[in-house]
Design a protein around this ligand. Structure first.
Ligand code: MN
Length: 170
């Protein structure tokens, strides 16, 4: 499975996570994934997360790393379709080699996406995330900006944060 969490922290970003073995390999994508194959999205590799983090939606408290609200922006199954010289490459191997191609079956994101380890700007953690031009591509629909809500609860980050404050008081 994969999950994308919209994380309204010190700066808004989308945490794109794919299951590799028993962890969620993760990238922080400031602008969020795009369905337009012309867009190159910076994807900053971050720490692996445990699988049970995939359905986390709520507020990370002040003073903690990543303080802010999190919603499950998209989730679903995915397939690894990485190839090298026409032969399939296992995910762990693909990550090591710096080229990962996956087909996402989400509600907002569908079709193939490619992660490439470009180290752009000289930062080892920097990858690029690009939509592969297939039937899931869409040059007009901009889900990262027009569909901010959770696919699990329909809530926005603001609603999650407001509810959290309410719970603290009551
Ligand atoms: Mn984050």
């Amino acid at each position: 499975m994969f999950v994308v969490q919209r994380h309204d922290a010190s700066s808004l970003h989308f945490d794109v996570r794919i299951q590799v073995g028993d962890v969620l390999v993760s990238w922080a994508v400031p602008k969020g994934p795009s369905l337009d194959p012309r867009d190159k999205r910076l994807a900053h590799r971050t720490e692996d997360h445990p699988l049970d983090y995939a359905d986390f939606e709520g507020v990370i408290g002040k003073g903690q790393y990543g303080a802010g609200s999190v919603v499950v922006w998209d989730t679903g199954p995915f397939e690894n379709v990485t190839e090298r010289d026409g032969a399939p490459v296992e995910l762990a191997d693909a990550l090591e080699r710096g080229h990962v191609k996956v087909v996402l079956h989400g509600r907002k994101l569908t079709g193939a996406f490619a992660f490439t380890h470009t180290k752009v700007g000289g930062d080892e953690a920097n990858w690029l995330l690009v939509k592969v031009d297939d039937e899931g591509a869409d040059r007009r629909r901009k889900p990262a900006t027009t569909q901010p809500e959770s696919v699990l609860t329909g809530r926005t980050n603001e609603e999650v944060a407001a509810e959290d404050r309410h719970e603290e008081r009551s």
